[in-house]
Ligand binder design. Structure first.
Ligand SMILES: N[C@@H](CCC(=O)N[C@@H](CS)C(=O)NCC(=O)O)C(=O)O
Length: 194
């Protein structure tokens, strides 16, 4: 049976909006619970006996405990995602990553969104001679595009075929890497996963 999702947050878009958008973009139904005043006060714990707060991801196997525990949010904050009335996830980033994984956002980005975007960028590059996006020297546009490529090149989610069908974009990426001032910066910069 497909899972049932309940997203709890205040009436605002706030931190929950990216999560609502992720569900909407995946075409996935979810209960969009909006809490205010007393209903939030009842959901927010006033002591630490709710669940093991060391964990962002709490699953309750015991139904009696679950029905008691699921009346409250573990950290006393929202957004909060409840799955099948038995698993609660809090922390916006953790919920977003969970939804993206569940609905294969990485895959769609790679197979559907990126090729369209790359085709557009390849056309721009081509029309401008292939080396820079605008004009005849390095600009903000080039570095913004380079930075995006740099973040996704080598990403496991994007896959090894990232530049398949887009030689011009690969060449652009490598050319910017080789520009002497950029090269010397890249050689010294600190490692980072993001
Ligand atoms: N680190 C948390 C922060 C969550 C947070 O600050 N939630 C606020 C609303 S944006 C909240 O629940 N405030 C009500 C309260 O603390 O009683 C996340 O990223 O989800």
């Amino acid at each position: 049976m497909p899972a049932k999702y309940k997203l709890s947050y205040f009436e605002e878009r706030g931190r929950a909006e990216i999560l609502r958008l992720l569900f909407a973009g995946a075409g996935q139904e979810f209960e969009d619970e909006r809490l205010t005043g007393d209903s939030w006060a009842a959901f927010k714990p006033n002591n630490n006996d709710i669940c093991d707060v060391q964990f962002t991801f709490c699953t309750y196997k015991d139904n009696i405990q679950a029905s008691h525990v699921l009346e409250k949010t573990p950290y006393g904050q929202m957004p909060m995602l409840t799955i099948d009335s038995k698993t609660m996830i809090n922390q916006t980033g953790a919920i977003a990553r969970f939804i993206a994984r569940e609905f294969e956002y990485g895959k769609k980005l790679n197979t559907e969104v990126l090729p369209k975007y790359f085709a557009f960028m390849a056309k721009l590059l081509n029309e401008n001679g292939g080396k820079y996006l605008v004009g005849s020297k390095l600009s903000l546009a080039d570095l913004a595009f380079f930075d995006m490529l740099d973040k996704i090149t080598g990403s496991k989610v994007m896959g090894a075929d990232l530049y398949k069908d887009f030689d011009g974009i690969k060449t652009f990426y490598e050319n910017v890497q080789k520009l002497p001032k950029i090269k010397s910066y890249l050689e010294k910069r600190l490692p980072s996963d993001l």
